[in-house]
Design a protein. Sequence first.
Length: 126
Amino acid sequence: MEWFLHGLPVGGAPWMEVRQVIGELGSLHDVLCSPTWPGKMEVEYHELGFSDWTGVETLVRLHRGRPWILAANTQFDPMVATFSNLPEGLGDRLEVVGENRQVSIKDGAFSDRFQPYEVHVYSSAT
């Protein structure tokens, strides 16, 4: 990132955006360093008028006895995805970390919308 920011004014928009990302990653440090869940979630895409069906990548970490789901839309197009084959111990709803909202789990699955390149982090709602 240092090369990306080289020559740009300190305090400008690019520096502030990188600072925000570093802060978000820092707040998730312990989760990101936790063991990986050995299972594999399934992702089903809903038709929004785009033809890419491979955009959301997932990672599940087990932190303090709870699964944390990290999901990233790796494509330029927005999408709605349904996640199933979830790890045990999630309950019936998930907090979307840092977004002040929750998603419900129904019949062992949940759905969420992703803007281009958007990342969501889900944890058990307390």
